[in-house]
Write a protein that binds this ligand. Sequence first.
Ligand SMILES: *[C@@H]1O[C@H](CO)[C@@H](O)[C@H](O)[C@H]1NC(C)=O
Ligand SMILES: *[C@@H]1O[C@H](CO)[C@@H](O)[C@H](O)[C@H]1NC(C)=O
Ligand SMILES: *[C@@H]1O[C@H](CO)[C@@H](O)[C@H](O)[C@H]1NC(C)=O
Length: 201
Amino acid sequence: MGAMERFSFLLVVMVLSITQSHADDQNVDWWSETVPYEMGMQKMTKLHFYLHENITGDYPTAVKIAEAPGANISATGFGELYMMDNPLTEGPDPNSRLVGRAQGLYGSSEMNELSLIMGVSLVFTGNNKFNGSTINVFTGNPITHKEREFAIVGGTGYFRHAHGFISAKTYRRRGKNAIVEYDCTIVHYYSAFNNISVIKV
Ligand SMILES: *[C@@H]1O[C@H](CO)[C@@H](O)[C@H](O)[C@H]1NC(C)=O
Ligand SMILES: *[C@@H]1O[C@H](CO)[C@@H](O)[C@H](O)[C@H]1NC(C)=O
Ligand SMILES: *[C@@H]1O[C@H](CO)[C@@H](O)[C@H](O)[C@H]1NC(C)=O
């Protein structure tokens, strides 16, 4: 066999074996071929709102759900875990327009400084455009710093494939309760998924 024939022979063997492996998989329907995909133009949306956390009130919006042995004698509460469903409003006044809720977990994650690790879904309801869409935050939160930066790691609906960051500032703290200003810069790919979306812009 010359080089060319050997090459064609190999090609035929490869095609046959691919066809064969497909035949073996013919009852498998939980996957599709991986294909090249163009994401299209990114979009950027900025959101600004205030988060209200009320731990000590009659209707707490964040509750302790677990605690490591010894967390109660740690100066930083290291090992405490909380669940939150905190309202997000347009202005710092808790009675201003509700734009969404911050739902998720945070825990005290540092032994030497008061700092949290947060995994939170920001669920928007404030207008028709963003209704039901979320941005997902997984981030450290050193709450004693006046200004913090949070990482946006994903999104759904209008904010599919989101990434970006949040500049967070404590607006007011009263004991354990706090109002935090959120300034979000969200980069997302909404238009690339128009064809498979249930949400219309
Ligand atoms: C927090 O709880 C206090 C005491 O129950 C209440 O007066 C206050 O309105 C609550 N704040 C929010 C934002 O719910
Ligand atoms: C801390 O919690 C442990 C149980 O995990 C309990 O036995 C102990 O009494 C608590 N200590 C204080 C100071 O509350
Ligand atoms: C958001 O969606 C819910 C459920 O579909 C609906 O009840 C509500 O009126 C919508 N709100 C806005 C502001 O569009």
